[in-house]
Structure formats: structure tokens, C-alpha cells
Ligand binder design. Sequence first.
Ligand code: NAD
Length: 413
Amino acid sequence: MTSKLEKALARLVAAAKHLNIDTTILERLEFPQETTHARLTIRMDDGSLKSFRAWRCRYDDSRGPTKGGIRYHPSVTADEVETLAFLMTVKCAVMNLPLGGGKGGVQIDPRHLSKIELERLARGYVQNFAKVIGPNRDIPAPDVNTNAMTMAWMADEYASIVGERTPAVITGKPISLGGSLGRDDATARGGYYLLQFLAKGLGFTQGARAAIQGFGNAGSHMAQLLESAGYKVVAVSDSKGAIYCPAGLDIKKLNAAKERNGSVTKLAGSDGVSRIAAGELVSVECDLLVLAALEDMVHAGNAANVKAAIILELANSPITPEADEILKSKNIIVLPDILANAGGVAVSYFEWVQNRQGDYWAIEDIHARLKTMMEEEGAAILACAKDKNITLRSAAYVRALSRIVEAIEAKGT
Ligand code: NAD
């Protein structure tokens, strides 16, 4: 069976065909530089000891210290961690950040842990991987089921181990412990800046209709940004189901419903809002489809039903390679994850820089820097796609690979 990593690497191999590169360099990128696997044992509240599998992967540090989140999930595997670390390597290169790619994971369902057990888990993770991570080596951040509180415990544990405060070892921290302003909506905002920059060329006008799959951090912030720019958000979904309102949903009410009832679906039945099957979301009548939930949501079985002219990938790998081909044949433009959701890692990078400088930036500066980055890289990728007559995804891989190869070659043997 093809591993997740092999599937992800296929996109890099395809990009390499557009570049004149030494094949040994490509071979080198076929597996990670370093993956550490640890047994993480913590004391539970009832006095028992429980052990969990944990990983940290540094996929490639040719362009700088590795960077990537830590995920807690029962289905985490070494293959998944390495695949996500590979994607981070590509994403950091797409954005021209002086960073390589990394990722971490613990095979655990955190919903069954108390707050103090979660704190022991976070501290245990750092005790196991303290030699792997470091502000000049590998810089973790939040991912699925980890958050600012987790990062605060981890940064504190690292400080105890090395004997000095080292905020730059981890990003996504609370503001009071050296976190950056603007990190909360950075992923959606980066995607939004990219979309707005390309909007005119893509034929988008005031009142364009958007459907959003996933209403968590990325999806809900995107909904707010789109509404304030005059888009009509006609459909949204979460893990409980989907709703549709052709006249446009009220995002404030959506947020309130999510807050109150844990799901956007509770808004159905009032103000022209109707419930639709979760699977229908990708095929509703709209101009823009935002994918902000999970991987592989648009696949060979539903790609042909997509009506949107443009898809913005805020989630990682939400479109399978087979679906990519179908969307291409329908001339649907995909703004690819490694560019469209890179606002999160860009602001994480800003946090790392601020921690190292001891100088903290105003929110306006953060937004302005992010906007410039998204527009510059977006324009370059668009030009590369036109020049080589390839998709934006392929063009993003081509640019990332050429930057990684340049760094590898510059170092010599
Ligand atoms: P989140 O957990 O806050 O939100 C995920 C949302 O998806 C939730 O609303 C959940 O109910 C919904 N969902 C789950 N299964 C679904 C399904 N089958 N159909 C429809 N909706 C479903 O997560 P997030 O931080 O918003 O991340 C979303 C995606 O974006 C993930 O793929 C993540 O890896 C990616 N991403 C996030 C960031 C970030 O900074 N938050 C950065 C880069 C990439």
C-alpha cells in the first residue's frame, strides 16, 4: 500500500520534471533527515501510569531550523508525522522563510485527559524531545488538539531543562509569554490576502458567493473576513452537518450558534437557513469553495460535482491527487494549501523573530508584513504557472523545490 508520505512526495517528483536538478538531491528528500520516536509515560490522576507513542520529525533543515506543529490524535502515526513534516518543508520554502520543516505527534485521545494530565503530557513531551528541539534546531507550534496553553507548558518545561527562559523554542504561545499578535486568525488572513490579491484577475466582484467547509479556527475567521469584504457566505459545515442560505448567512449569528450549541447546524430553520447533507457542501452553487476541515474531503467521488470557480485550501491536503485531475479538467482554479494556508507559519515565524529580538510588533505591522508576503509569493507562483502552463499547486512545488535545492547545493558536500 502506498504510504501517505509516498503520495505526498509524488507532487514533488512531478515538480522536479520542470527543473533541471541533480536526481541525487531528489533521492535525499525522499525520506526525513531525522525522526525520533519516544515512549511517553505520564502519571494519571488516579495514580496509575499510562504510556503513549510520540514522535518528532525534522524532515529537512537545509534552509534553516525545522518548524512545525505538535498534534494529539489517536490516529497519529510515524507516516503521518513525517508526511506533515515534509509538507512543512515545502510550505516554508514556498513562503521563502529561513526555516525547514518539522512535525510532532502523540498517539492519544486528549478528550479523556484532565487538565493536569494534559499538563503532564505536554511537559513529558518536552522532557523526551528536549535534545531534538531548540530555537536554532527545531521549533514546535500548536496543531490539531494542542493550543496556546499546551505551548506555554512546553516552553516552561524547556526553560527548566536548559536553565534559562527561551521563548523562541516554541511558537503559538499566549501573548503574555511572548506570543505574537495576529496569530489567532493568521491562517485565514493569509488565505484571504492571497484571494483578494488574485480576485480581480479571477473575475471576483463584490457579492461573490462562498461556501466554507469546516467552521473551526481557520473556517470561522475566513467567514468573518469574507463577510466584511462583501462576499456572501451561502453555506458552511462542521463535523455535525451543513447549512445553506442562498441570501447569505449572518456570520455573527453563526459564531453565536457555534458557541452556544457547539455546531453551526443549530441555525437551520430560521431566516431562510436550511439544513443540507454534510456531503452536499462541496457541490452547492457558489463562486468560491473554502476547504477548512480535514484532508481528502474532495476526492474522485465528488470532485465532478464542484460548482465553484475557485477553491481555497485552508486545510492541509483537502483535495486528493485524483480529484486534482478532475478539477483541472473542469478549469477550476485551486489555491493550494502550501501557499493558501501558509499565513499560520508566517506569523509563527514572526513570533520566533520577535522572541529573538525582544522587540514586539504592532498588529498593523504584522498584517502588513503578512500581506506583502502572500502577495509577493502569490504573484511569483501565478507567473510560474503561466510560464510553464501548469497548475498553481505544481508551480508552488516547483518554486519550493528550486529554493530547497539551491540551499542544498550551496552547502556543498
Ligand atoms: P479546528 O479543529 O479549529 O476546526 C476544524 C473544523 O472542521 C471544525 O469546525 C470541525 O467541526 C470541522 N470538521 C471536522 N470534520 C468535518 C467534516 N467531515 N465535514 C465538515 N467539517 C468538519 O481546526 P483548524 O485549526 O481550523 O484547522 C482546520 C484545517 O486547517 C486543518 O486541516 C489544519 O491542519 C489546517 N490548518 C490550520 C492552521 C491553523 O493555524 N489553525 C494552519 C495551517 C493549516
